[in-house]
Design a protein. Structure first.
Length: 327
């Protein structure tokens, strides 16, 4: 991405070269970016091969507007939709599209979302405790905290934020919210920090609110549920030879992707005739494109620190029927 093509305030798309290598866009191909964001990856896909078409989907109206301006030079080769990746089958069907040549998901939060205090994603900028990817629908993070029992909230922070002091943090948050002491994200961050022992904070390389904010954001946006839904459905969206590439930013996401791709590559150890009788898979539904997760180079991380935690996995659809794994 050149400086001229990058919108002001936009983050730099991560792992662009790796994504293009993984998807290998071909002339006239049809691709889907299910988490369009600001359109960075989409612009590269459309520019890579002549006549490439793209359906870009995002649930953030603000990001979609920026992406629309960025992709305007590609004309009707880019179709943009306000929606969720989990709804891709319906989104494609509504446009008379059945199979695509590639699917990309970039599961990260964009820098503009973090930088705009009113979106409520950042504990470093004072704003409403919102955190919704789509600010037009659904409960906010503050609503979630108010409506969730402390034991459930504690488990949520432990599981989704991998925060060892999750239950302690949950109690502190609930007490502060009930007392009317949490009006902004910085208020919330201060409550969280006060609940985590200083000995732990001194040995940590991240802000004490990082894990809890991650947990609340994931829960508010049902990020893991959305991912699990599209992972279950994407093989039926890909034409034979079509590829799926997914960029994740933390272990919870990456584990879901890795396990699903591994499962789709699994075949029965039984002889084919016996496997068919047993209802077991004879041929892989997808084969790996990346044997292991692909990480950013040192040069990219130096240029774009956000790329440090990004990891890419990709697979390719075979012509085999999508027979579920029985193992």
């Amino acid at each position: 991405m050149t400086a001229e093509s990058r919108p002001t305030g936009a983050h730099e798309s991560v792992l662009v070269d790796a994504v293009l290598d993984a998807l290998a866009p071909r002339p006239g191909g049809l691709y889907v970016d299910g988490t369009l964001g600001l359109g960075g990856h989409a612009a590269h896909l459309l520019a890579r091969a002549e006549g490439t078409r793209l359906v870009g989907v995002d649930r953030d109206p603000d990001s979609l507007a920026i992406a629309a301006a960025r992709l305007a030079p590609f004309g009707d080769r880019a179709i943009l939709v306000h929606g969720e990746a989990a709804d891709l089958p319906a989104i494609l069907a509504a446009r008379g599209l059945e199979r695509v040549d590639g699917l990309l998901l970039d599961l990260g939060v964009s820098s503009p979302q973090l930088d705009r205090a009113e979106r409520g994603f950042s504990f470093q900028r004072s704003g409403p405790v919102d955190m919704r990817m789509d600010p037009t629908r659904g409960p906010t993070a503050l609503d979630l905290v108010r409506d969730t029992e402390v034991e459930v909230l504690g488990q949520l922070i432990c599981d989704l934020g991998e925060e060892r002091y999750g239950k302690r943090v949950a109690r502190a948050i609930k007490d502060a919210v009930d007392a009317g002491k949490v009006a902004t994200t910085t208020d919330l961050a201060a409550v969280i920090a006060a609940a985590i022992p200083m000995a732990s904070q001194r040995t940590s390389r991240i802000h004490p609110a990082t894990r809890t904010f991650q947990a609340l954001r994931i829960a508010v946006n049902d990020e893991l549920g959305q991912l699990a839904t599209i992972l279950a459905r994407f093989p039926d969206l890909l034409a034979p030879g079509g590829r799926c590439a997914i960029i994740s930013f933390h272990s919870l996401e990456d584990r879901l992707v890795k396990n699903r791709f591994r499962d789709l590559a699994w075949t029965s150890s039984l002889p084919p005739q016996l496997a068919v009788r047993a209802g077991e898979r004879v041929e892989p539904v997808c084969i790996p494109v990346t044997r292991k997760a692909v990480f950013a180079t040192d040069e990219e991380i130096e240029r774009n620190p956000r790329a440090r935690s990004a990891r890419l996995r990709a697979c390719e659809r075979t012509a085999a029927p999508n027979v579920p794994s029985t193992r």
